[in-house]
Write a protein that binds this ligand. Structure first.
Ligand code: 13P
Length: 284
């Protein structure tokens, strides 16, 4: 089935499922995510955040992600998560990413709109989708500066979507990147208001640590894409430790496989919760 545009994946989401977007940092994680998608017969978004490029340069990992998506039997989009600069966005598009996020949420609204519009114009030339962000999701993805949660305003979201014409919009409704120190209070009321006011597919960041009920409440109220990063990194790291404990003589390849298996387990678990089993059939 292979590499597809993210916009097409989100268009079929109908309040019974949301497409999982899973961050990967190497070939092993990408392989684990693809194995889960194929077993679940689910659509998939593979993504990497600009804040992680220090460990996984886009010029090296990008082509691996594209090749993995092409090889995957399920419809798979390849997405730049939290792009901060036009240069990185351009590089991702040149490498063949079918979607890019421009995160201008730390800029004043006018500036966020202006910069996001530039990204939309650029992505159009490559036939790629664009995700924008309005409001501020808490925590930090990789090396980016940590932010406080600023719940998205309905009027700002409406204006941002109308002026930028993004294909997907990340909203801040009380979630944060990374592991939660306290139970998050999700503003489902605000999500409902934004969903009623906008036609744009909505994106939930900070998925790690939310409950199945939280995810369900989000996907029935307009969330079409759910981002999961930390849970995969943690599961893969835990798997390496498990392998080491069970087999002290474990070699490099045992650990390499553990990374893949850890991500596979986490992606599969989340795909089940997001209602994705068998949903690849919708894209035939
Ligand atoms: P988590 O690390 O909390 O799963 O967040 C992922 C995310 O939103 C990536 O943009």
């Amino acid at each position: 089935m292979s590499l597809v545009n993210m916009k097409e994946l989100l268009a079929k989401s109908d309040a019974t499922f949301a497409v999982g977007a899973f961050n990967v940092s190497d070939m092993e994680m990408a392989m684990g995510a693809i194995k889960a998608a194929e077993e679940m017969e689910a659509p998939l978004i593979l993504q990497i955040a600009e804040g992680r490029l220090r460990y996984s340069p886009l010029e090296l990992l990008g082509p691996i992600m594209i090749a993995a998506a092409r090889q995957c039997k399920m419809p798979t989009a390849v997405h730049l998560d939290h792009g901060r600069t036009l240069e990185t966005v351009r590089l991702a598009l040149t490498l063949g990413f079918t979607s890019v996020m421009f995160d201008g949420s730390h800029f004043p609204l006018e500036e966020n709109i202006a910069k996001t519009k530039e990204v939309v114009a650029l992505a159009e030339k490559f036939g790629a989708s664009v995700e924008g962000e309005i409001g501020s999701i808490g925590g930090a993805e990789g090396d980016m500066a940590s932010a406080d949660i600023q719940v998205t305003s309905v009027s700002e979201a409406k204006r941002f979507a109308a002026e930028t014409k993004v294909d997907a919009l990340a909203v801040a409704i009380g979630t944060a990147h990374g592991n939660y120190k306290e139970t998050p209070h999700l503003r489902i009321d605000r999500l409902q208001e934004i969903h009623e006011a906008l036609d744009t597919p909505l994106v939930l960041h900070g998925g790690t640590g939310l409950t199945a009920t939280d995810f369900h409440n989000c996907l029935v109220n307009g969330i079409t894409k759910i981002n999961i990063a930390t849970a995969s990194y943690d599961r893969s790291a835990a798997k390496i430790k498990e392998v080491h404990q069970a087999k002290p003589e474990a070699n490099y390849f045992d650990f390499s496989e553990a990374i893949s298996v850890g991500t596979y387990e986490n992606v599969k678990k989340h795909m089940e919760i997001f209602g994705l089993k068998g949903k690849a059939g919708l894209y035939n």
